[in-house]
Design a protein around this ligand. Structure first.
Ligand code: ADP
Length: 495
């Protein structure tokens, strides 16, 4: 359990092959020649594998290959594309256990969560497989009697840049709808967690996708981002990651200009009224803050609690959070694993220190020591936080929840909306009318009532303001990956 490296090596051999790690272009692995990058085991801090950063020439070749691949893929009938995507879902299911174990080892995610996400990846491909022949154009009754109809065309090559917190899940979440609409995808996974994306691309070939339909470029974000976004064959950028990097990606795309879909950070408000089922709300508040050890853009990181129940409720959350089981990623009983990387571990600690120095009171958890033996942090509850403190305004991306009191419904809404972000949130109350009033007024792309965290590929996901723009799932996202062509044909006699 302590040392995952021998299992890691055999998983890499079986899922990715024996070739030197690099970029996967038209079915071949192309090594980089730049700076040495290391994959570090989050549970032991030992290096698992090293590889070289890529360069602009390799990125250019990958884009050209995607351009060629897209022509073949779009020439498949819509039904055939659906069959291939459904087959990819089956292959993901076939390899689910090794994929989940590789995901757990490299991302630090607890194995139970990794299994659930790999199962969701299979479901994502099945879901979009069903859409390939169902996203239709229109016939428009124009006044001159001409036949006017619209075609929904693929864009061409889509660049998808994805993060390290849920690597294969977020890769599939963004790759699958683009592929379903007949685009090819150049996937750039995080340099910290590139392996399961590579495995997925290999399975896409096995499922019958033409070479170049799904290429994966591996290396640093800057190396790949600059070269790919400026390439005129790239027609759209989907980015999932930090708000800061999202702004840079958006600015680069604006130079072309091409459109982006941005899924960025959050500081979501989990609002608990005094009439709520406080037992359920406290359990859910822990999951809202700690799922994936808090490395989750939709985390309920601001806990807004009505003053009359504030002390009692926050104490209950503190007790429950102290029992949250953080353990080795391959430990079957762990609910959360270590933080993925050293920079994020340090950031979480700095943020907790900052909150304390701003006057927050530590209820549970606190700053975690660097042991040299895994990036393990303590789930933390900070009490008596004001919404103007930095700890209430900036995303921590770790299991840290700040508890803010409020008096009235109007004040709860005002605090929830006093944030640069607008991703998610929840309302806990037994008053149905109040629940609907509050969700209508909270600025977020996703709201839960008397629950937290459920998501599904069939429902739109995305945020507002500094949380990004666009919706990355459900039927709605298919507009993101197609463009409309309007066609006029004179058909009336004498027309
Ligand atoms: P973090 O800082 O938490 O690692 P990022 O938002 O920087 O998160 O990373 C998300 C993804 O964005 C990763 O795949 C990363 O390599 C990529 N990335 C980082 N910098 C750039 C950039 N300048 N252009 C394009 N992609 C980038």
């Amino acid at each position: 359990m302590e040392n995952s490296s021998s299992e890691f090596n055999s998983l890499v051999q079986s899922l990715i092959g024996a070739e030197a790690m690099g970029s996967y272009i038209a079915g071949e692995m192309v090594p980089g020649d730049g700076a040495t990058l290391s994959l570090v085991d989050p549970a032991s801090e030992q290096t698992l594998l090293q590889f070289a950063d890529t360069n602009a020439d390799v990125v250019g070749a990958a884009v050209r290959s995607c351009h060629d691949g897209q022509k073949h893929w779009a020439a498949f009938s819509a039904q055939r594309r659906g069959e291939v995507m459904a087959q990819l879902g089956k292959l993901i299911q076939r390899d689910a256990e090794p994929l989940a174990r590789l995901e757990a080892i490299t991302s630090g995610k607890a194995i139970k969560a990794a299994r659930a996400q790999v199962a969701a990846v299979a479901e994502i491909f099945r879901y979009y497989a069903g859409w390939t022949d169902k996203f239709l154009g229109n016939v428009i009754p124009v006044p001159g009697g001409q036949l006017n109809y619209t075609l929904r065309e693929p864009l061409g090559v889509v660049l998808a840049i994805t993060p390290w917190n849920s690597p294969i899940y977020l890769a599939a979440w963004n790759v699958a709808p683009a592929l379903a609409m007949g685009n090819s995808v150049l996937l750039k996974p995080s340099e910290l967690t590139p392996l399961t994306a590579l495995a997925m691309a290999r399975l896409a070939r096995e499922a019958g996708m033409p070479a170049g339909t799904l290429n994966v470029v591996n290396g640093l974000g800057k190396t790949i981002g600059d070269a790919a976004i400026s390439n005129r064959l790239v027609k759209k950028v989907v980015f999932v990651g930090s708000t800061q990097t999202g702004r840079a990606v958006n600015a680069a795309a604006a130079q072309r200009p091409i459109s982006c879909l941005l899924e960025l950070g959050g500081k979501s408000a989990n609002i608990v009224f005094d009439d709520a089922d406080l037992v359920r709300a406290a359990q859910a508040a822990v999951i809202a803050a700690c799922a994936n050890t808090g490395q989750n853009c939709a985390a309920g990181s601001r806990l807004l609690v009505q003053r009359g129940v504030y002390d009692e409720f926050v104490a209950a959350v503190g007790e429950a959070i102290a029992d949250y089981r953080i353990g080795h990623p391959l430990d079957e009983s762990a609910e959360g694993g270590p933080i993925n990387n050293r920079a994020q571990f340090d950031r979480i600690n700095r943020m907790v220190e900052m909150g304390l120095s701003e006057g927050a009171e530590l209820l549970t958890g606190g700053v975690s020591e660097a042991t040299g033996n895994g990036f393990y942090v303590k789930p933390t509850v900070l009490k008596h936080v004001r919404n103007d403190m930095r700890i209430a305004r900036e995303e921590v991306f770790g299991p840290v929840v700040v508890a803010i009191p409020f008096d009235t419904e109007a004040e709860a809404i005002a605090i929830a909306n006093d944030s640069e972000f607008g991703l998610a949130g929840a309302v806990w109350t037994r008053d149905v009318a109040r629940a609907h009033r509050v969700v209508a007024k909270v600025n977020a792309g996703l709201l839960w009532v008397n629950m937290y965290r459920d998501m599904h590929v069939a429902t739109p996901f995305g945020g507002n303001d500094s949380s990004g723009y666009g919706r990355s799932s459900g039927a709605e996202c298919l507009y993101e990956y197609t463009r409309t062509k309007s066609v006029w044909v004179p058909i009336a006699e004498g027309c």
